[in-house]
Design a protein around this ligand. Structure first.
Ligand code: WAQ
Ligand code: MG
Length: 259
């Protein structure tokens, strides 16, 4: 689902379900589009594709580390530290933080999808800087979803943002040429974000932007030849990816000061 108002991106969501759930999931997605904190949609696109079970790749969620910071400035400092420890160059981190902070689309708003950023040079690699790369065709298998809800509930983290972000990050970091992902929401009232990578897992950061800020987005840091970039984008957008195992959900830890 993708929703917009007067050309402005409002929200999007991806599901991968058996056909008996199609109607109820379509209703949920339309409700989402209509009741979004970024505004009510004036145009809603729903696309449904039939996927063969033989095409499904099976995935696992990363472990979730729950980092609490005192303010968003500390949050960005921590994100920077984690990305650099994960092998992203300092220039690439700065390019991503700068782009997300100033609105990554050419008009200074949020994109519909993600930026692709060269993990060494910091160059933007996505073809269309308004649309970006939209990761699609991923979801939790029903049993994994139930387990995740219980595990998140215990840590007070059971909300749709966390569930969807973990699901998306699981697919993104499964791509061999992706080094890490940086994300914070474009919803004015959702201030948390994360850095995800194969080795570091999902490093949730409690604050990555100030309240009422609508600029946000995602940066995927890649280390890839030009030739393999097309295959990466096709895989992110097209490969059906069903998550059957969840990761651990750790208790909060406090970074630089008590919260
Ligand atoms: N593929 C690529 N980029 C996407 C996709 C997608 N499927 N969906 C959203 N984006 C990009 C797009 O630029 C949005 O503007 C931006 O990400 C933010 O999307 O642990 O809610 O759905 O508490 O607003 C992260 C923290 C929340 C969760 C992220 O993102 C937690 C969030 P939103
Ligand atoms: Mg949003």
């Amino acid at each position: 689902m993708r929703a917009e108002r007067a050309g402005k991106h409002i929200s999007g969501a991806e599901r991968l379900v058996t056909s008996d759930l199609l109607e109820s999931v379509a209703i949920e997605l339309v409700q989402r589009a209509l009741q979004h904190p970024r505004g009510s949609a004036s145009k809603i696109h729903i696309q449904v594709d039939c996927i063969k079970t033989s095409e499904l790749a099976s995935g696992r969620l990363p472990d979730l580390y729950n980092n609490q910071v005192v303010d968003w400035q500390h949050g960005r400092e921590l994100a920077r530290e984690i990305l650099i420890a994960g092998g992203v160059s300092s220039v690439a981190v700065d390019a991503a933080l700068q782009a997300l902070a100033s609105g990554p689309a050419p008009d200074g708003q949020s994109m519909r999808g993600a930026m692709l950023i060269d993990a060494d040079s910091g160059a933007r690699l996505e073809k269309d800087q308004t649309r970006g790369v939209r990761v699609s065709r991923m979801d939790l298998a029903p049993a994994a979803r139930q387990q995740l809800l219980l595990a998140l509930e215990k840590q007070g983290l059971n909300n749709p943002h966390v569930i969807e972000a973990l699901t998306l990050a699981a697919k993104v970091i499964a791509a061999p040429t992706i080094i890490a992902e940086l994300c914070w929401s474009d919803d004015p009232d959702y201030l948390a974000g994360y850095v995800a990578s194969k080795h570091g897992g999902y490093q949730r950061i409690s604050l990555l932007k100030p309240a009422d800020e609508e600029r946000g987005g995602r940066a995927f840091f890649v280390r890839s030849s030009k030739e393999r970039l097309g295959a990466l984008v096709r895989w992110l957008e097209g490969q059906p990816f069903l998550i059957e195992r969840i990761g651990r959900i750790y208790a909060p830890r406090y970074w630089k000061g008590d919260v």
